[in-house]
Design a protein around this ligand. Structure first.
Ligand SMILES: Nc1nc2c(ncn2[C@@H]2O[C@H](COP(=O)(O)OP(=O)(O)OP(=O)(O)O)[C@@H](O)[C@H]2O)c(=O)[nH]1
Length: 470
């Protein structure tokens, strides 16, 4: 990647190490593939533990410890309530629709998961009442994460309006209703418990896999969304482990741990967003950041070089280019010429038709001039209604011919610029060349200006070159 001039200058002035030059394509492809593999391997790490326990755990080994479970669920609920609040703050700040659904996912999880801890002691009497809050909370959360993903990249919305519409209240009511539903279904015969728990676990697993597939399909790979995918992979594997587990056995505890790990990874992403842009889609990777900085730099340089009214080069940029082109012309022994242009009786346009009409005439002049000039020629606005053209690789004769074409184009152009009557604005042009008229930009400019005023004095709407009127 080439470091732009201004980025280089900024790096130099701050005594920073410049960005290293690009590495060869082969090495880049290899390291990128390895990085992709690392993500996959890291995302699938829990699977090793899950498969190991499935193959080798003793069916009689369990760890039934109610207090440990209560403490773990209390901590999980507390952390998820906190992360829900941070996500909500991000949403309020950025209005990113994705964050609305992420907040909702955490909110649903918190409200539905809490009774799972609170009712631990009932495990011996009604297993479903204790157990089934878990799969319901995971299913709700993953469904919100998937729906949020469908909202990813959509334009920001107004959080205050969403709040006023009763969105949050409605959903809190839905989550409380789900809690009541879990309680109601727990009253069914004990054998029904598994038929309620397992399909939910399977659905949570399927939705998490669908979300991962969607991420890959949409090729979303910003740093925070990579974290999001890894969290989804962990949630999917925790649902798998819960599916395979029996209450209190090691696979069951393993499933809790895998879910917690996914949760921690995701909440790390949330705090990253909170500390930076408060929008998941606006936290960029380093490579993208550098590309965006370079684009912004280029845009700034373009703006700094351009006259905002007409789009022609401004005086400063024109003079800079003049020095560069003159240096090149001298080195390579090629001709270089300059036109000094002034619109005729422009004051009258302003006085009779207004300043806005005058502005339009200036813009129109630049548009017309561009149709006459080559891409290599540089058109600059050097004053109010004064312009100049730098003509590389053109001697006085050729430059005079270009000037004449430009003059004729203006004289033939009838302008309809917010005026009742169409008007015609002509131009007077002075031509000078580097070498015959001087060896510096100043001298050549003065020569062209002198001829321009000669053109004015001779009646305007004409071109004066080194040999007199064209
Ligand atoms: N609309 C508009 N007018 C401008 C702008 N910059 C300068 N002018 C006007 O351009 C006019 C220049 O007038 P003069 O220098 O007297 O020249 P002129 O009327 O063109 O007469 P000659 O050059 O002698 O043909 C002034 O009225 C300025 O106010 C601009 O950006 N927009």
């Amino acid at each position: 990647m080439k470091l732009t001039d201004s980025a280089q200058a900024a790096a130099d002035s701050a005594h920073l190490q410049p960005i290293p030059p690009p590495v060869d394509r082969g090495a880049l492809r290899l390291t990128r593939s390895y990085e992709a593999l690392l993500r996959v391997l890291f995302g699938l790490t829990p699977l090793v533990g899950i498969v190991y326990l499935q193959l080798f755990q003793s069916p009689t080994l369990t760890f039934e410890h109610h207090l440990a479970h209560e403490l773990a669920i209390a901590a999980a609920t507390g952390v998820s309530a906190f992360v829900c609040w941070v996500t909500w703050r991000c949403y309020l700040s950025s209005g990113e629709p994705f964050l609305r659904w992420l907040t909702l996912g955490f909110l649903g999880f918190t409200l539905i998961y809490a009774p799972h801890g609170l009712l631990t002691r009932l495990a011996d009497h009604n297993l479903s009442l204790f157990l089934n809050f878990g799969p319901s909370s995971r299913l709700v959360m993953v469904a919100c994460l998937l729906y949020g993903l469908l909202q990813y990249g959509k334009p920001a919305e107004r959080p205050a309006e969403i709040q006023a519409s009763g969105f949050w209240r409605r959903w809190i009511a839905v989550f409380v209703l789900i809690d009541l539903l879990v309680i109601a279904t727990a009253m069914l015969p004990a054998s029904a418990g598994q038929w309620i728990r397992l399909p939910q676990e399977a659905a949570a697993l399927a939705l998490a896999l669908a979300a991962i597939a969607l991420m890959l399909w949409r090729r979303i790979d910003s740093p925070l969304m990579t974290i999001y995918t890894i969290a989804l992979a962990f949630f999917a594997q925790s649902s798998l482990a819960f599916f395979l587990a029996r209450p209190w056995n090691h696979q069951w505890w393993m499933a809790h741990t895998v879910f917690a790990a996914g949760f921690f990874v995701l909440s790390f992403g949330v705090t990253r967003a909170f500390h930076t842009t408060r929008a998941f889609s606006l936290v960029y990777g380093q490579e993208e950041m550098i590309r965006r900085l370079e684009e912004a730099n280029a845009q700034l340089r373009r703006l700094a070089a351009t006259d905002s009214l007409t789009g022609a080069s401004n005086r400063r940029h024109f003079m800079e280019r003049l020095a560069i082109e003159w240096e090149r012309a001298r080195r390579e022994g090629i001709p270089l010429s300059l036109l000094a242009i002034d619109l005729d009786h422009f004051k009258d346009v302003n006085d009779e038709h207004g300043h806005q009409a005058g502005d339009e005439v200036l813009r129109r002049f630049v548009a017309e001039a561009r149709t006459v000039l080559r891409p290599a020629d540089l058109l600059g606005r050097t004053g109010g209604e004064e312009f100049a053209v730098l003509l590389p690789d053109s001697d006085a004769e050729r430059a005079t011919a270009v000037a004449e074409r430009l003059r004729a184009r203006m004289a033939d152009t009838v302008q309809k610029v917010r005026t009742e009557k169409p008007l015609r604005v002509t131009a007077s042009i002075g031509v000078a060349s580097f070498g015959p008229d001087g060896e510096s930009g100043d001298k050549v400019f003065r020569a062209a200006d002198k001829r321009l005023y000669k053109a004015k004095n001779q009646g305007r709407n004409r071109v004066v070159g080194p040999d007199g009127p064209a």
